[in-house]
Design a binder for this molecule. Structure first.
Ligand code: NAP
Ligand code: 3JM
Length: 339
C-alpha cells in the first residue's frame, strides 16, 4: 500500500497519544508524520516509529502536503482548522462532535456503516462518533440486522480518560489526596470524581438530558440510518481510568432468544462474547477493555419485564475503539480509494 503523509491535530492529548501509538502498532503506511497542538506544546518532541518528531503549532500549519489529517483537539479547533485542511487537499477524520450532525458528512463506525466512508471523498471530512455510541452500536449491529431494534435504554459507566488528560490527572490527584487524609477540590469534573459516580457528562440540554446523552440519541439514529430507533441514555462518569462500561437494555422488533443473540454476537466482527454465569464470567473495563481493541459483551439475558426485551453489558477501551482505533480503521478503509 502506498504511504501517505499524516497529520495529527491534538497530538499531545489523551486521544492524540493513542493515535500516535496505534498508527505504529497497526503499521499504518505513514510517510511523513506531523504532530500539531497549541503553543502550550509546540516545540516538545515525541518518538514516532523510531523517529523524533517535534510538535508544531496547528495555527500556522500548512496542510498542502497532508493526505490524511486526524483531528482530536476539541470542537472549536476542528471548526476552524478542519475546513482549512480540506481546502488544502487533506481528508480529515474528525474525532470531535463538530460535524457529526451535518447531513452530508458521514458518521462512521466501520463494523456498522463502512459503506459511508467513500462519501468522505466528496465532503473531505469523515466524523468519528462519540466513544459511548461507538461501542454500543458495534455490539448492537448483529442484533439489529437479525431481528431489528425498536428501543434502547442505556446507562453508561464512563472512564475519566474520555474527558482528556486533565481529567485523568484529576482522578489520580484526588485519589491520592483523599487517601492521605486531605480534601479534593474539583476543577475538571463538576464535583469530586474520586470514590464517586457523577450523573453528568458535559453540559445540560433544555430537555434535561446532558450533551453526552443527546449525542448517543442522535448518533445512533444516524449510524443505523434509522430515525425510528428510540434511545434513552443516562451517562455517568466513574473513577476508572480507561474503559467505558454500559448496561444496555433493548426492545427488539421481532422476539429473540438468548441463545440466538449469543450466536450472532459470537460471529460479529471485533465483538468478544464473555458470558459465563459465574463469578468473573463477564468483561470488565480494567481486566479486559483497557489497552485492547475489541468490544466485549457479557451478561446477556432476557428482560423479564418485556416480551421482546434483552439485557447486556458492553465494555470497550474508550480511547482506542472509542476514538483513536475507530479513526484509524476509517483511514485504513479510505487508503485504497484515495487518489
Ligand atoms: P486532551 O487530552 O485535553 O487533549 C487536547 C489536545 O488538543 C491536546 O493535544 C491539546 O494540545 C490540543 N489543543 C487544545 N486546544 C488547541 C488549540 N487551540 N490548538 C491546537 N491544539 C489544541 O483531550 P482528548 O481527550 O485528547 O480529546 C481531544 C478531543 O477529541 C476532545 O475535545 C473531543 O472533541 C475529542 N474526543 C473524542 C472522543 C471520541 O469518542 N470520539 C473521545 C475523546 C475525545 P496542547 O498540548 O497544546 O494543549
Ligand atoms: C468527547 O471542547 C470540546 O469541544 C470537546 C468536548 C468533547 C467531545 C466533543 O464534543 O467533541 C469531549 C469529549 C467529545 C466527543 O467525542 O463528543
Amino acid at each position: 500500500m502506498q504511504s501517505v503523509n499524516v497529520a495529527i491535530a491534538g497530538a499531545t492529548g489523551a486521544v492524540g497519544e493513542v493515535l500516535r501509538e496505534m498508527l505504529v502498532e497497526r503499521s499504518f503506511p505513514v510517510d511523513q508524520i506531523r504532530l500539531l497542538a497549541s503553543s502550550r506544546s509546540a516545540g516538545k518532541s515525541f518518538e514516532f516509529a523510531d523517529r523524533e518528531i517535534r510538535v508544531e503549532l496547528l495555527d500556522d500549519f500548512d496542510f498542502r502536503d497532508t493526505q490524511v489529517a486526524f483531528f482530536s483537539a476539541g470542537g472549536s479547533v476542528s471548526a476552524v482548522h478542519a475546513p482549512r485542511a480540506v481546502k488544502a487537499g487533506a481528508i480529515v477524520v474528525d474525532n470531535t462532535s463538530e460535524f457529526r450532525q451535518q447531513p452530508h458528512i458521514p458518521l462512521v463506525v466501520p463494523e456498522v456503516n463502512a459503506h459511508r466512508i467513500k462519501d468522505g471523498l466528496e465532503t473531505g471530512i469523515i466524523a468519528n462518533p462519540n466513544c459511548s455510541t461507538i461501542q454500543m452500536v458495534v455490539a448492537l449491529k448483529p442484533i439489529y440486522d437479525a431481528v431489528g431494534i425498536e428501543r434502547i435504554n442505556v446507562a453508561t459507566y464512563q472512564a475519566v480518560s474520555g474527558a482528556g488528560a486533565s481529567a485523568i490527572r484529576e482522578l489520580a490527584e484526588q485519589t491520592t489526596s483523599i487517601l492521605n487524609g486531605n480534601g479534593a477540590e474539583p476543577t475538571v469534573h463538576p464535583v469530586q470524581i474520586a470514590f464517586n459516580a457523577i450523573p453528568q457528562i458535559n453540559t445540560f440540554e433544555d430537555n434535561g438530558y446532558t450533551k453526552e446523552e443527546w449525542k448517543m440519541v442522535l448518533e445512533t439514529k444516524k449510524i443505523f440510518e434509522d430515525e425510528s430507533i428510540q434511545v434513552n441514555p443516562t451517562c455517568v462518569r466513574i473513577p476508572v481510568f480507561y474503559g467505558h462500561s454500559e448496561a444496555v437494555h433493548i426492545e427488539t422488533k421481532e422476539p429473540i432468544s438468548v441463545d440466538f443473540a449469543r450466536d450472532v454476537l459470537m460471529s460479529a466482527p471485533n465483538v468478544i462474547l464473555m458470558d459465563e454465569r459465574e463469578a468473573g464470567g463477564y468483561p470488565t473495563a480494567v481486566e479486559h477493555a483497557a489497552g485492547t481493541d475489541p468490544v466485549f459483551v457479557g451478561r446477556v439475558r432476557k428482560d423479564v419485564s418485556h416480551p421482546r426485551g434483552l439485557n447486556m453489558w458492553v465494555v470497550s477501551d474508550n480511547v482506542r475503539k472509542g476514538a483513536a482505533l475507530n479513526s484509524i480503521q476509517i483511514a485504513e478503509e479510505l487508503l485504497p480509494i484515495l487518489n
